[in-house]
Design a protein around this ligand. Structure first.
Ligand code: ATP
Length: 506
């Protein structure tokens, strides 16, 4: 196999934080390298260095055997290195075609100006290449999230046609926001690319790593701790290498530990509908119950949760919390009533950028720890935030670090902590809470949710996978086309097969 890229002793420090240490890695043409590691272990940093976005603090990189210094992302692009980011990198008010060629300075241009027809034709060819039917003239902000993700892929894969040598394509957790169909399409592209390119694929889903990769590299605290062909690995051994401990298998919750049904429901919803996607729904959730919602995208599950949080327009129906009717006209009203919501898109809705971990965590319920009326007790806030930072194993140098400086998965934990530290929280709505979490962190999160539920917190959660729903929930409701299509009470012994659930979903 031809060696395309080599990193020799590459390291990166951010102030006092060492993100990457002495990384030696070889990438060859025709191979898919699966990169795994706990949240904050340095995977994104390594990818960003290879992709030209971050400059290493030490070590060197060789491309086709020659030392190279990549000064920017477009420098990397011109060397045939493309990267699909965890967050989308498109410019919303430009067309699809402009976005695809934005970082390719000379494409479809004459005297520095676009030749529009040529640009649109070239973009159409790139979209066709990856079997995507999107108008290259459309403005990106008018596209749905999933379509934007596809444009992102087209943009990156356009580097194939830019260089005469084999490209290097980096995927940083590409599947966490994709539906199963979109993942299949992505994997088809990776199989096609495998013929010519070298690929690095980061995912927290170990099954995906084992399925698509030839080799797996495991990182811990910025160091490479294993580099093995996937044929020598299975789910368990990969988990152990990553997390450093064996998986704890959940003991089934005994039925009698569940709250009696005669209790006033924590949440009682009658005829709740939203103008666009949810048809009138009636449901009750008991105190301490964990209800899993399953559905394909556009099933209405997300909108249902957002409606409960006052974040949807045109909501009808009645919502009772602990028997009392409440009017959830805005997220502020929902918070006031004791309802929390972890959004799937934490970067847009969940996080205060530029602020510290404590500020983010104390944002909503800081006043719970105030004394003498409205005066906030900063010391108490800090103490409680620090307790949750420890409990959720957030990897940070300090509670006063800026949230921006944390890895994606650790940011997710902070946004969740913001709700969990509340003393008044009655109902927590979790929209894809495990997105971006490594498998160990996911198990930790489930343990925390179970323990809070045992203390009485009611939880409704939308999971990434059927396995997660079955793992965490007491009861599962499947939604299809805005209505509830099936219900299974796992604590009462219902044991739906994956096939049952999929049938109810589609
Ligand atoms: N710009 C930055 N400033 C300060 N620290 C940073 C910065 N970027 C990353 N770090 C730190 O470097 C370490 C590695 O982060 P990185 O994002 O590479 O982890 P990761 O393995 O990709 O994590 P995740 O799985 O959560 O995405 C973390 O401790 C993170 O806080």
């Amino acid at each position: 196999m031809t060696q395309l890229l080599e990193t020799r002793g590459v390291g990166k420090t951010f102030g006092r934080v060492t993100a990457l240490e002495q990384m030696d890695l070889v990438l060859s043409q025709g191979e898919v390298l699966g990169l795994v590691g706990q949240n904050g272990s340095g995977k994104s940093t390594l990818l960003k260095i290879i992709g030209g976005l971050v400059q290493p603090s030490s070590g060197e990189m060789l491309l086709h055997g020659k030392p190279v210094r990549l000064r920017s992302q477009s420098d990397a692009t011109m060397h045939g290195i493309g990267m699909v980011h965890q967050e989308q990198s498109l410019v919303p008010n430009l067309t699809v075609a402009e976005n695809i060629f934005l970082d390719k300075p000379n494409a479809a241009k004459a005297h520095g100006l676009y030749r529009w027809n040529r640009l649109f034709d070239a973009a159409a060819a790139q979209l066709r290449k990856i079997e995507i039917d999107i108008d290259p003239r459309a403005t990106v902000e008018d596209l749905r999230f999933a379509q934007r993700q596809q444009v992102e892929l087209a943009k990156v894969l356009a580097v194939e046609d830019l260089v005469s040598h084999p490209p290097i394509i980096l995927f940083d957790e590409p599947t966490s926001v994709l539906t199963p169909d979109e993942i299949r399409l992505l994997f088809r592209q990776i199989e096609r690319l495998r013929q010519t390119a070298a690929i690095v694929f980061v995912s927290h889903r170990l099954d995906e790593i084992l399925h698509i990769s030839d080799r797996a590299v495991v990182m811990t605290d910025g160091c490479k701790v294993a580099d093995e062909p996937v044929t020598a690995l299975d789910r368990e051994s990969l988990y152990r290498l990553m997390v450093g401990r064996q998986r704890t298998i959940r003991a089934p919750r005994a039925v009698e530990t569940r709250p009696a049904e005669s209790l006033t429901p924590r949440l009682d919803v009658t005829g709740l509908s939203t103008g666009r996607q949810v048809r009138p729904a009636t449901l009750a959730v008991a105190p301490g119950e964990i209800l899993g919602l399953l559905g394909v995208q556009s099933s209405g599950a997300e909108e249902f949760c957002r409606a409960l949080f006052g974040a949807e327009d045109d909501v009808h129906g009645t919502i009772r919390l602990n028997g009392k009717q409440i009017s959830v006209t805005s997220p502020a009203a929902a918070v006031q009533a004791g309802i929390g919501y972890l959004p799937a898109n934490r970067h847009v809705e969940g996080m205060l950028k530029g602020r510290t971990l404590v500020e983010n965590m104390a944002l909503t319920f800081g006043l719970d720890y105030g004394h003498r009326g409205m005066i906030v007790n900063r010391r108490a806030e800090r103490r409680v935030a620090s307790e949750w930072i420890t409990r959720l194993r957030v990897k940070t140098r300090s509670a006063d670090a800026r949230i921006d400086d944390l890895s994606g998965g650790n940011q997710q934990k902070v946004v969740l902590g913001k709700w969990l530290l509340s003393r008044r929280l009655q109902l927590l709505l979790l929209d894809h809470p495990t997105r971006g979490l490594d498998p160990g962190a996911r198990d930790d999160l489930f343990a925390v949710i179970r323990s809070e539920a045992a203390k009485g917190l009611s939880v409704i959660f939308i999971a990434d996978t059927i396995g997660e729903v079955l793992d965490l929930s007491d009861r599962v409701i499947v939604m299809r086309d805005g209505a509830m299509s099936a219900e299974y009470n796992l604590n009462r012994g219902d044991a739906p097969s994956e096939e049952d659930l999929v049938r109810a979903m589609v």
